[in-house]
Design a protein around this ligand. Sequence first.
Ligand code: HEM
Length: 540
Amino acid sequence: MIIAVFLTTVLIVFLIQWYYERKKYYKFADLIPSAKNYGILGHGPHFLGKNDEGRFKLLHDLCLKYNHLIKLWLGPAILWVLVNDPKSIQKVLLSPVCLEKPFFYKFLRLDSGLISAKYDVWKIHRKSLNYSFNLRILQTFIPIFIENAQKLVNDLAVNIGKTKEFDMLAYTSKSALNMICGTSFGLDIKNITMGDDVFHALEKLNRAISARSQSFFLYSEPIYRMSKYYRDEMESRNVCYSSADMIIKVKRKALEDEESADNNDHEHNVDTDELYRESLERFPQLRSLKKEDVIDQIKASLQKKVTQAGDEDMPTRKIFIDHVICNDTKFTDNEIRDHVYTVVAAGSETTALQTAHTIMLLATHPEIQERVVAEIKDVFFSDAVEVNYDNLVKLEYLERVVKESLRLCPVVPVIGRETQAPIKIDDDIEIPAGITLLINFYTLHRRPDIWGDDAEEFNPDHFLPEHVEKRHPYSFLPFSGGQRNCIGYRYAMIALKTLLVHLLTAYKFSSSMTYKDLRFKTDINLKLCTKHLVSIEPRN
Ligand code: HEM
């Protein structure tokens, strides 16, 4: 009895102390506005009973209304601060104390993948992987983008003349996955057994992770493990991991074969007797050494020269997979797997969705579609004009169309950061360490005070240079900003433009849907609530 009273008293004292400490720590939050707070339930009841679309819309409306900062309590203990205006967003994204990702990125279970890695791991890996995304490497990908774009055009041909509309995303998804395999892994998807199964596994995995991040109760690992989502996640993860492992195995073998072929060539091509004679002529002092020793020295120095030449060239030479598995990076097997999986997950669905969203915008705006096509015809006026980087840069209107699509449909609509030290957002508010900050790009891109009265309209002229220069540079952030921005942003822009040039040259896209029918929801990425329904007619 005495023990029970004692333990209860200790627990009560502990809870009171915890409550006051927490109150003191979160005092800053009193200065941040919010919608009605339901005490111990926080702001949860606002979101209750809403579907994915409703929750996303509510978040958008709240961020528009509280256009500087807004707080959201998820129950009594979890606080999120949404940072909404370009000036504050710039402060956060450029701050060295906001490079950490919040707890929910752990749900991805990719400890070394760039998206979710802890800051200390991320900074080493990002520096190393930047090499694989430099412009010189990306330009060498254009033939692979073209090959995939032509295949996409051919695949779509079955829909010519059909009255029933088809789902554009189903086609772009496979194409984007093939592109990543071809470019980042140097693989031809036909030669490996990665296809529909990986594609469906990635979708299922995204659904499970997204369901977890949107349900406060599933944050607890033991509770989540009892849910259907956990089983789905593990099943899909196995499929993705075995494909990643296979990619690594195939590439390791190819690199080993290449290396031994190089060595053999090298040994076969070198006439050591000839070199021995030459060396003795140039360096008579070598005559005092044994012939075998001299030849060994010659071979060693030749090998060194080959390696050094390779190293000099290293930053521009290696595609992603060769870079992560080569010995220079010293990545462990688990790290390599996380990187491979991250690039598939981060690079394929984003490119697929953005292409499909852009096609929907053009299908619902025929006059803009015709203007892009006219520009493409101007630049590629004959079959002899190549689709290469320089010619893609000439497509200024297409560039504005792609940017407008990224503005209205940023496929990564919301990101998170965690403060590692206090950060002053404005004169009144200093946010302490350990707080989760969210940035909602979808809302930022639709603020009428930044984009004007036609903020909700699809108007590529929002990106005319005279309009761009009047806006705050952090008003448009589809690829995020600062050091932890999207490593693949140039890749994505080149891939998108190459796909669109081929699609729009081959077909005229139309849809029975109107622009107003395009409603959005988010799981991890920004999705349409409906399918991307279009029909096509061949262009001549
Ligand atoms: C339209 C296409 C794309 C969009 C809109 C996009 C957007 C973004 C955004 C907003 C982030 C920041 C995420 C965060 O902080 O939580 C990000 C990160 C990342 N993206 Fe992309 N992305 C696209 C395509 C790609 C492609 C094609 C690749 C790879 C080939 C890629 C690889 C990555 C990686 C690895 C990160 C993590 C970077 C880091 O933290 O260092 N993305 N992306």
